[in-house]
Design a binder for this molecule. Sequence first.
Ligand SMILES: [Mn+2]
Length: 348
Amino acid sequence: MITHNPNPIDEIILEKLREAAGKGPVLIVTHHNPDPDGLASGYALSILLKKAWGIQSRLIYTGLVGRVENRAMLKYLTPEWQKQKTIRKFDPYSAIALVDTQTGCGNHSSSKKFCPSIVIDHHQSVLTSMGSMKYVDIRTEMGATSTMLFQYLEAAGIEINSRLATALFYGLKTDTRGLSRSTTCSDEYAYFKLLANVDHHKLAQVEQAQLPLVYFRAFDNALRSTRVYGKAVITVLEHMHSPDLPAEIADLLIRLSGTKAALCMGQYNDTLNLSLRTTPTYPYAGSLIHQLLDGLGMAGGHRVMAGGQVPLGKSAPNTVEAEITKRFLQAMGERSPGKPLLSVKKTQ
Ligand SMILES: [Mn+2]
């Protein structure tokens, strides 16, 4: 059991957050196509606001929760999140809070009226102006935003019930791959504290959620679309059934023996979604993804995992994909023509 808990949140910091939140209600938003860490930390922030200061909030996400485990999480652990196609009305809120994302990442609402005053995140900072920000807590060393929210709840003396503990635990577990990547002792402390209160039946409903047939077909197609260039592996998909697919594929392919970086990209609506996974020693995924998408789209990430989105608009997907592939192979120093991961090409 980890006993060392360097929690930097104190009464002064909590007071600053309360002031930034105002009278309420607070609009809480996470990234487009939210993941477990975003869903859990947003829900935890709403509990903090309500229980510490009686401030109401609304949790709204845009995009799609595609991964079945994440859909199960929404259903069983964080049903407070409401889906909206776009967020248009901002007037009713005393503040907008972003969790697990920042303005400028391009992966949430882009309306001009969208002026967040609170940001709690662990991704590399992309903030160019802190102008309208009343409260910013960005700590890139943290394994998950869920850990940061755990610290707020702990500092405010708020009891974490079983459902909230399960949500935060799952957010922390998925973002750190069970404490195996980008982890601090704060993440370890939160992990074990939360584990003691996890509802294992609910957690199993999420982690072992049933997968539709389309998932297996998409996986089959993805493996057949994968090429191996020495230590670099790349998968280029056409239209995908879910925007989360590249993350799942890249998670698997980085485990291919000898691989240092796995990049997967695919089209969802008018966007090219990308996921990059690297080994802990080389290269740094967060920097590499910025290099790959420079001038093309928006990106964010950490040491071993990163993601990005390119709006396709008028540009032909093939051209964009070819450019990103070229940059990726250059960055990895791979000049070979590559070979298919699987020897047999799919025949329709
Ligand atoms: Mn996260």
